[in-house]
Design a protein around this ligand. Structure first.
Ligand code: CP3
Length: 343
């Protein structure tokens, strides 16, 4: 039954023509209906923790565009919050958290068993969505990968180069490993909670994987993700996983081989011809249109969309952007992109 959904077929390794499509950050500020619901919720975090409203914004892009997948509306920083970091989103600036930079601070985090107390409303959002989504739409749950989550926890905010996390990794490896372990365990528990509530696929976002020095990629981008996948598979066999080690470059192939992900999201810096040869034989590829084209539109959008569809037509592919759609994107350009894919 579930096998009929196009996204699940692609993730089982089937070539689907035309490819199924959804967009990272498809529920977001480029949509007027999102901005209206967001204003009603008050703050971004209130939106994340109010199941009816979080489900509503998840459904908005499905109603408008008929995407093949819905992604649960939440944020990767809810896990640090559940572990006790004091999270706020400052309007126009981004997230702020209480920084964790020492072994004592790591030891002071909440135990993994307690994360479900904070994250319960997210599971409720998943349950609502499974009732309300169209039959053909796949529900994707997600979490941040431990390295990316750690970069925010250590710095207490977003950083352009992840220097605070890299510094802790070099300076106090034992404390940094303890932090990574805690995040890894909490993330596995969170994803299992989402799957039990009804998520059909899970995606692990390692947005800052490209900031890891190459010699540390195996230890901090591959090993923790593999542990999470093993834990999810033990509880929920058959749930496909999409990995996204953004910026991994030539490391994408080794990531897929070592983690066993069914799908791999690739960023726009990767040549689709290379990915078709090096990655697609091992997993379904997802991507990788430059998000700028959703602002620009026109002939360039149509041409580049078709180029990607063409490059990946020999194997399993889910069409998507190389990263999230931005607030400046024109909602009409999404229709142009769909037209170029679906004809
Ligand atoms: O539609 C979807 O993709 C689902 C929802 C989703 C959000 N964040 C909603 C959101 C998902 C999957 C994320 C993941 C996320 N969050 C990542 C990994 C993916 C990526 O983009 O690299 C990261 C690094 C975060 C952390 C985060 N959340 C930051 C740094 C910010 C502030 C920057 C910004 O864009 O404002 C957020 C806020 C956020 N998360 C918004 C949304 C829709 C915007 C908040 C608002 O409405 O004001």
């Amino acid at each position: 039954m579930g096998e009929e959904k196009a996204i699940l077929r692609a993730l089982r390794g089937e070539r689907v023509d035309p490819p199924p499509v959804w967009l990272m950050r498809q529920a977001g500020r480029y949509l007027p209906e999102y901005r209206a619901t967001r204003a009603k919720a008050g703050s971004f975090l209130d939106l994340c923790y109010t199941p009816d409203l979080a489900a509503e914004v998840t459904l908005q892009p499905i109603r408008r565009y008929g995407f093949d997948a819905a992604i649960l509306f939440a944020d990767i920083l809810l896990v640090p919050q559940a572990l006790g970091a004091n999270l706020r989103f400052v309007e126009g600036e981004g997230p702020r958290l209480s920084p964790v930079t020492t072994a004592e601070a790591v030891a002071g985090l909440r135990p993994v068993e307690t994360v479900h107390e904070t994250l319960g409303p997210v599971y409720e959002t998943v349950r609502i969505l499974r009732r309300e989504l169209p039959r053909e739409t796949t529900l994707i749950g997600f979490a941040g990968a431990p390295w990316t989550v750690a970069t925010y926890m250590v710095a207490g905010r977003g950083t352009p180069d992840q220097a605070p996390a890299r510094e802790m990794m070099y300076r106090d490896p034992a404390a940094f490993d303890a932090l990574m372990d805690r995040i890894t365990e909490a993330t596995a528990a969170y994803l299992i909670g989402q799957v039990r509530a009804g998520a059909e696929v899970v995606k692990i976002f390692d947005s800052w994987a490209g900031g890891l020095p190459g010699g540390w990629f195996e230890r901090y981008a591959i090993a923790p993700v593999r542990r999470i996948i093993e834990a999810v598979r033990a509880e929920a066999p058959g749930i496909p996983v999409i990995g996204f080690p953004r910026g991994a470059g030539a490391g994408y192939r080794g990531f897929v081989a070592a983690t066993g992900v069914e799908g791999c999201a690739i960023d726009a810096s990767v040549d689709p011809a290379w990915a078709a040869e090096a990655v697609q034989p091992l997993a379904c590829v997802q991507g990788n249109l430059d998000p700028l084209l959703m602002v620009l539109g026109g002939e360039a959008l149509t041409r580049e969309t078709r180029r990607i569809v063409e490059a990946f037509r020999g194997g399993p592919h889910i069409f998507n952007l190389g990263h999230g759609i931005t607030p400046e994107a024109d909602p009409d350009n999404v229709h142009r992109m769909l037209e170029a894919i679906r004809g």
